[in-house]
Design a protein around this ligand. Structure first.
Ligand SMILES: *[C@@H]1O[C@H](CO)[C@@H](O)[C@H](O)[C@H]1NC(C)=O
Ligand SMILES: *[C@@H]1O[C@H](CO)[C@@H](O)[C@H](O)[C@H]1NC(C)=O
Ligand SMILES: *[C@@H]1O[C@H](CO)[C@@H](O)[C@H](O)[C@H]1NC(C)=O
Ligand SMILES: *[C@@H]1O[C@H](CO)[C@@H](O)[C@H](O)[C@H]1NC(C)=O
Length: 364
């Protein structure tokens, strides 16, 4: 009942805080960062909104707002190795250079993933030996190129089906689950300082898919291979988002394994156009995601999958849905923005405990 009344108070939060800034409050709540993924201007062109770039760039550049970033697309296989043995880091460097210039923490994304894969990987008939070489060479070149710059790498992305079984990708079909071990082992050799993550969606509540992620962590640990974190993409739907309690429970099930966790691609979509009711649902769902990460010791940070509605991937993949981010097209903020801040402020009391927990994680 107490949670309920606290939530009601948080939902009412709307007064613009004078210095209301996400990363600053996240640090006060004991998180390492609050950030946003961003794409290269080339990838944003489809929005046809070049006039918005200066205002977008100014919001992004404020490190009190966003202390961390992830390249939305540029480090994916399609861009980094479009043909076998032909590596191209230009697209990925747009965001990594920006992070370096602005002093933002960089999460790197993603080394082995079945989607946005270069076509040659899927159209070739591989022997297991050949595909192992392809994976090792890709990780060696890509993680090697950004060596020392990435706080974390999403080493394997989306290896699970919703029921927790293995997804039938080219990697799984040719190699079985051993491709996961190979990817993490190679990444650990190439960039030993980077935190190595397994990253997926729908890992934000307990169930078969979360059990699958736990199975992956244990599989690597039992093989003596380094894994440091579970990335919860958190592409939620406002009307049926996981509750605070579910998210705390599942985060604790990951951190109990001795790894950290992070929200890596948070967005919460609505049927468009939104209305006051749906924006309130969205606010509640953002409060619960933020509050869960802020309260659980091993949850280190939150990354939005961009912050500006017009640069969203959602309408292209889920027609009829959108407005999933914290800034509307006209650069006013969603009610959810104040919800995120309120949830961070609400967690500042728990900060000491959390900081001690993080310190413990980093020593190990
Ligand atoms: C490398 O990638 C960039 C950005 O996507 C592209 O403009 C360029 O043509 C690519 N270079 C080569 C040699 O293909
Ligand atoms: C947030 O979590 C609380 C507690 O678990 C739950 O009662 C509430 O319905 C959730 N709100 C939303 C919008 O999901
Ligand atoms: C607001 O949006 C929700 C979700 O799309 C819908 O169910 C509801 O009927 C809408 N309410 C109004 C007043 O239009
Ligand atoms: C706000 O803080 C209280 C007290 O620590 C906690 O019980 C509650 O779950 C928090 N709410 C959210 C949404 O994190």
């Amino acid at each position: 009942m107490r949670v309920q009344s606290v939530s009601t108070a948080l939902l009412a939060a709307s007064a613009p805080l004078a210095s209301a800034q996400l990363h600053r409050y996240a640090k006060k709540a004991g998180l390492l960062y609050f950030g946003s993924a961003t794409d290269s201007p080339g990838q944003r062109e489809r929005a046809g909104l070049e006039a918005a770039y200066p205002q977008y760039d100014a919001i992004f550049a404020d490190n009190d707002q966003f202390g961390q970033t992830t390249p939305t697309n540029g480090q994916k296989w399609l861009f980094t190795e479009p043909e076998r043995g032909v590596f191209n880091f230009t697209e990925g460097e747009i965001t990594s250079d920006l992070a370096a210039k602005q002093g933002k923490l960089l999460r790197c994304h993603a080394l082995v993933w079945h989607s946005q894969l270069a076509p040659w990987v899927e159209t070739t008939e591989w022997t297991p030996e050949e595909l192992r070489e392809v994976i090792v060479e890709h990780i060696t070149q890509v993680a090697g190129h950004w060596k020392g710059q990435c706080y974390a790498w999403d080493v394997v992305n989306e290896a699970l089906n919703e029921d927790g079984t293995w997804r039938e990708s080219v990697f799984y079909t040719v190699l079985g689950e051993e491709y996961i071990n190979l990817a993490f082992k190679t990444a650990a050799e190439i960039d030993p300082e980077a935190k190595l993550y397994y990253n997926d969606y729908n890992l934000e509540w307990p169930g078969p898919k979360a059990d699958g992620a736990i199975r992956i962590v244990k599989m690597l640990q039992e093989a003596g291979i380094k894994i440091d974190g579970v990335g919860l993409q958190a592409h939620h739907v406002a009307s049926r988002a996981p509750t605070l309690d579910q998210q705390i429970a599942v985060l604790e099930s990951y951190t109990a394994l001795g790894v950290e966790a992070a929200y890596t691609e948070l967005d919460i979509r609505l049927d468009v156009p939104s209305n006051e009711t749906s924006l309130q649902w969205q606010k509640g769902a953002y409060i619960n995601a933020t509050g869960a990460c802020a309260q659980v010791e091993g949850c280190v940070g939150i990354t939005l999958w961009d912050f500006y509605d017009p640069f969203s991937w959602i309408p292209y993949v889920f027609p009829g849905e959108g407005e999933a981010h914290l800034w509307f097209a006209d650069f006013t903020v969603h009610p959810a923005y104040y919800g995120v801040l309120a949830a961070l402020k609400n967690a500042t009391g728990a900060c000491d405990k959390k900081v001690r927990g993080l310190a413990k994680l980093f020593r190990s």
